[in-house]
Design a protein around this ligand. Structure first.
Ligand SMILES: [Zn+2]
Ligand SMILES: [Zn+2]
Length: 240
């Protein structure tokens, strides 16, 4: 079993299509023995999610509760192949953690070249810490180019547990994951397991991903969830 003390990709009721509060999420994280929780609401371009002013005000929320460090950040929507995102540039340094993701309602899938360019360009943004669910088969990408760029720009690639759930819209496959993980091994590129929880009980749920990591015999030094010290250099919160 892989040691797993963090979950940096979760949503609360503020996202509009998630169902638990900050308190419920932090409490569940604590009960599950996590040390670090990331609350990363969808950016304003996602219909029904919070507006820019929500992200401007996250400074008021305590970061320590129930023995868990809770970071407040954002799951940015990548809006186009230039890697534009849906929060003003000047607000990004205030985000404890920035996940950047492609979502169908905000940037529908295009050609492999265009999807790849969207990731490569967003990774040039110094405040983007994590690429969310790059495992989505609906967005074909040049995996090698994405892994290489993640290495170059010091960005984590997420292995998204929700993408592997049988009920997922994304329907990531084990085969796709194994290919991805092989490239991460080749480039010595770290990964981060994320639950993408939209309800409290899913906090820290990384079971599907953990199974694949074991199957791939993925090296522990590249799995960021095992150790706070490994992940800190990648997150805005610890590098201000
Ligand atoms: Zn969502
Ligand atoms: Zn997402």
């Amino acid at each position: 079993m892989i040691r797993d003390i963090m979950d940096l990709h979760t949503h609360t009721i503020a996202s509009g299509h998630a169902y638990s509060t900050i308190i419920e999420m932090a409490q569940t994280a604590s009960e599950k023995g996590l040390e670090l929780l990331g609350i990363t609401e969808h950016g304003p371009a996602m219909k029904g999610s919070c507006q820019t002013i929500y992200f401007q005000n996250v400074k008021v929320i305590p970061r320590e509760r129930f023995g868990v460090t809770t970071l407040f950040g954002v799951e940015l929507n990548i809006m186009d192949e230039d890697g534009r995102v849906d929060l003003p540039e000047e607000l990004l340094p205030a985000m404890d953690v920035c996940v950047a993701s492609l979502h169908i309602p905000c940037c529908p899938p295009k050609s492999l070249e265009e999807n790849t360019r969207a990731y490569l360009n967003v990774m040039k943004n110094p405040y983007v810490n994590i690429i969310g669910h790059p495992d989505d088969p609906r967005y074909p990408i040049d995996l090698r180019a994405v892994v290489e760029a993640a290495k170059e720009h010091h960005v984590l690639l997420e292995m998204n547990n929700s993408s592997l759930a049988p009920t997922s819209f994304r329907k990531a496959t084990t085969e796709g994951y194994l290919e991805f993980l092989d490239l991460c091994k080749e480039y010595d590129q770290p990964i981060l397991m994320g639950s993408d929880a939209h309800v409290d009980i899913d906090v820290g749920n990384h079971g599907y991903v953990a199974e694949i990591l074991e199957l791939a015999q993925f090296p522990e030094h590249l799995i960021m969830n095992t150790d706070m010290e490994k992940v800190k250099p990648y997150l805005n919160y610890y590098n201000r």
